[in-house]
Ligand binder design. Structure first.
Ligand code: SF4
Length: 251
């Protein structure tokens, strides 16, 4: 019986750029943005709806794209990835699987990640809610950037239990947690987040990421310092890092 074909992925875009968030800020990565998400956050500005075509940079970092038909095969992605790595040896730290929520396509990730990981370490950017799906691919991951979604920012119901179960698994890899905060974030949400990390994964850094746009950050320095102090009293491993790619004008 012939071996089953490797599943294809619904992708939005593939490009090379600088990581603008979290503890790996400043590292260059290949970004693979997958379609679909299981959440619907109020502040979301990420295009994740399924598209007929995926946009792939014609050269790494050139910001010019070619369109390829979705779904995309692993072979096509590997061909581009290998040529980018040959063109820029040593330039890329890791391969960022981002979204949307990449774990929605866990059937694809299960097959793709062991192959892609032969070329670059795998960095998963995730909203930190799909626990069973994470379990299926955990052994193929090198880095996990896990969000904690605060109801005051997402406009959705709290997801504390989901995040807690997810963090129990994620902490077994190189992991950090990111929470997007705004001027509407109540102190109680910050304290709940800090307690969750302190009790479940005290070694894991928490990044408070103020909502950042090209116009800047609405939260004042004093407000950010106060937020950091409140969290640090419960979970000392807390840093303030905005989304830096807005300032660098990179993708
Ligand atoms: S989890 Fe991320 S991609 Fe999904 S809706 Fe929220 S902000 Fe958008």
């Amino acid at each position: 019986m012939p071996a089953p074909a490797t599943p294809k992925a619904e992708l939005i875009e593939v490009f090379s750029s600088i990581q603008g968030e979290g503890v790996l800020v400043g590292h260059r990565q290949v970004f693979v943005r997958l379609a679909w998400c299981n959440l619907d956050c109020a502040y979301c500005d990420t295009p994740f709806a399924k598209q007929d075509q995926c946009l792939i940079e014609t050269r790494p970092g050139c910001a010019a794209f070619e369109a390829v038909t979705n779904p995309v095969s692993l072979e096509l992605l590997l061909e581009r990835l290998k040529s980018w790595l040959e063109r820029l040896p040593g330039a890329h730290h890791s391969l960022s699987m981002t979204g949307g929520e990449p774990l929605v396509q866990v059937d694809v990730l299960e097959e793709w990640l062991p192959v892609l990981r032969r070329y670059l370490p795998i960095y998963l950017e995730t909203n930190g809610t799909m626990v069973a799906e994470l379990q299926r691919v955990l052994s193929h991951l090198d880095w996990i950037s896990m969000d904690i979604k605060l109801p005051s920012v997402t406009g959705a119901l709290p997801l504390w239990d989901n995040h807690n179960e997810f963090l129990r698994l994620a902490r077994t890899r190189n992991c950090f947690v990111k929470a997007v905060v705004s001027e509407k974030t109540p102190d109680e949400e910050l304290r709940t987040t800090a307690r969750l990390l302190s009790e479940t994964a005290p070694e894991v850094p928490l990044i408070l990421q103020p909502v950042t746009t090209t116009a800047g950050i609405k939260l004042s320095a004093a407000q950010l310092l106060e937020m950091q102090a409140q969290v640090a009293a419960i979970h000392p491993a807390v840093r303030i890092i905005p989304q830096t790619h807005h300032f660098l004008s990179v993708l």
